[in-house]
Design a protein around this ligand. Structure first.
Ligand code: SF4
Length: 424
C-alpha cells in the first residue's frame, strides 16, 4: 500500500512551530510522507494560534486553499484556536477533525478512525483537565532549535487567552529536557532556544500539575554542564521571575548567551495594574539596570502592548518615556485587540483603532532607533557569530552571541559554525 502524505501549516509562536515539528516527526515515524503545504497531500494539519488576529479568517482561507488543491484530503485543525473555538472551526466547510490541547499529540490515532465527508469530529476536553506535558522541538535548521520545556500559564493577565487555550502551567522534568538536548546534540544542533509559555515558571511537573523539586535556575545550571551544545538562549522570561541569580549566572556562563527577552507590556503602572501584570515598572527598570551592570553588551528585547483599554495619551507617553530612558535593544510591539472571555474585554473606555495604530507606529520607530544604537555600540568589536547554512542568493546569515544579525557572502565551510567576526 502506498504511504499516506501529510502537510503542515503553523500559525503563531515558536512554541507552535516546535510542536508542529514534533507532530510531523510522529507522523513520519508512523509511515506518513511529509509534503510542503502548497503540494498535494492526503492529510493537511493546521496548527492554529489564538493570539493571531483574524485566526478564524486565516483558518477559513487555508481550508479553502486546500479544498481547491486536494478536495479529497483530510483537513485537521489543532492548536490554541481549536481549543478555544472548536464548534466554530468544525462548522468551516471542508474541516474533518478538530483536535484540542489534550488530543494534539494523538493525531495518528484520530486519523485512523476518520472518514471524509462526515461532519467534522471534535476531540477536545475542558482545558481545566489538561495536565499532561508533551515536549517538542524543531529541527528544520540545525543551527538554532526551539525546545519546548514548559507549557501553559497560571497567571491571569486580563488581556490574555493563552491560559484558556493551553491550560495550567506544567513542564518537563530536568531529566526529560537533558534527554532531548542529548538527541539534539547528536543531530548536530549548535544552539537551543529554551521555549515555554511562562518559561520562568519551569518546575511544575507533569504529574497532575504538582510542583516538583526543580526550578528554572536549576535547569539552566544542569544545561551548562552538558557537553555537546555550544549555545543556549532563554526565549522570554517574565520580569518578576528573572531573579538576580539567573542574571548573575548568565553573566558568568560560557553557553547562555547575553540576550534576554523580557515582556513589559506597558510602562504605566496604572495600565500594568489593569493588565494584572505581577510587577511595577520600577522592578522592570531594576532588572534591566542589573543586567546592563553585569553585561553592558547584553541584548534586551521587550514585548509591549499599545491601545489597552483605558490607556490615555498620558499613559502612552509614560510608556514611551519609560522605554526611551531604559537601556533596551529592541521592541516587539503588539496592538491590543479584543479577545472573548478575557477581563479586559469589558474595560472602558476603549482606545479607537486609529490611535492604537498610531501608537504602534510610534513605538516601532523607537524600536528601530534603539536597535541602531545598540548595534552601533558594538562596531569595531569582535564577537562570535553562529552562521546558518542557508544560501540566500549567495549570502548567509548569522547572529552574534548578543543577537546582532550579520550577513556575508555564502561560505559553505562556515555553515553551522561559530566564527569570530569583526562588527563593522
Ligand atoms: S504571563 Fe500573562 S500574558 Fe503571559 S501567557 Fe501568562 S497570562 Fe498570558
Amino acid at each position: 500500500m502506498q504511504a499516506k502524505s501529510v502537510a503542515f501549516h503553523t500559525l503563531g509562536c515558536k512554541l507552535n512551530y516546535s510542536e508542529t515539528s514534533t507532530l510531523s516527526r510522529l507522523l513520519e515515524n508512523d509511515g506518513f510522507v511529509k509534503r510542503e503545504f502548497d503540494e498535494e497531500a492526503d492529510v493537511y494539519v493546521i496548527n492554529t494560534c489564538s493570539v493571531t488576529e483574524n485566526a478564524d479568517k486565516e483558518c477559513r482561507q487555508l481550508v479553502r486553499r486546500i479544498q481547491k488543491r486536494a478536495p479529497q484530503a483530510m483537513v485537521v485543525i489543532t492548536g490554541c484556536y481549536a481549543q478555544l473555538k472548536p464548534k466554530e472551526i468544525a462548522e468551516i466547510e471542508g474541516v474533518d477533525l478538530v483536535l484540542g490541547a489534550s488530543e494534539k499529540f494523538n493525531l495518528t490515532k484520530h486519523l485512523q478512525d476518520l472518514t471524509k465527508g462526515d461532519s467534522a469530529k471534535i476531540c477536545s476536553c475542558d482545558i481545566e483537565e489538561v495536565n499532561g506535558f508533551n515536549s517538542s522541538y524543531s529541527i528544520n535548521d540545525r543551527t538554532r532549535t526551539f525546545l519546548k520545556v514548559q507549557d501553559g500559564c497560571d497567571y491571569n493577565c486580563s488581556f490574555c487567552t493563552i491560559p484558556l487555550a493551553r491550560g495550567h502551567s506544567r513542564s518537563d522534568n530536568i531529566t526529560g529536557v537533558l534527554n532531548n538536548v542529548a538527541e539534539l546534540a547528536k543531530s548536530g544542533t549548535k544552539e537551543i532556544v529554551l521555549t515555554g509559555i511562562n518559561l520562568g515558571d519551569f518546575g511544575k511537573g507533569n504529574e497532575g500539575g504538582k510542583r516538583t523539586e526543580s526550578n528554572f535556575f536549576e535547569l539552566i545550571q544542569e544545561l551548562e554542564q552538558f557537553d555537546g551544545i555550544d549555545r543556549y538562549r532563554i526565549s522570554s522570561i517574565e520580569p518578576n521571575l528573572l531573579t538576580n541569580e539567573i542574571i548573575e549566572f548568565v553573566a558568568k556562563s560560557k553557553k547562555f548567551m547575553p540576550h534576554f527577552h523580557i515582556p513589559l507590556q506597558s510602562g504605566s503602572n496604572k495600565i500594568l495594574g489593569a493588565m494584572r501584570r505581577r510587577y511595577k515598572r520600577e522592578l522592570y527598570a531594576d532588572r534591566v539596570a542589573y543586567i546592563k551592570q553585569l553585561m553592558p553588551h547584553c541584548c534586551i528585547g521587550v514585548d509591549v502592548i499599545v491601545g489597552f483599554p483605558t490607556e490615555s495619551d498620558e499613559d502612552f507617553k509614560d510608556t514611551f518615556n519609560f522605554l526611551h530612558d531604559i537601556d533596551i535593544s529592541y521592541l516587539h510591539v503588539f496592538t491590543y485587540s479584543e479577545r472573548a472571555n478575557t477581563l479586559a474585554i469589558d474595560m472602558k473606555p476603549v482606545v479607537p483603532m486609529n490611535i492604537r495604530h498610531e501608537r504602534n507606529k510610534t513605538l516601532r520607530n523607537l524600536s528601530y532607533q534603539k536597535l541602531q544604537y545598540f548595534t552601533a555600540q558594538h562596531v569595531g568589536q569582535t564577537r562570535p557569530v553562529l552562521f546558518e547554512g542557508a544560501d540566500k542568493n549567495g549570502m548567509m546569515e548569522g547572529y552574534t552571541d548578543n543577537y546582532i544579525k550579520v550577513q556575508t557572502h555564502h561560505r559553505p565551510e562556515w555553515a553551522n559554525q561559530v566564527v569570530d567576526w569583526l562588527i563593522s
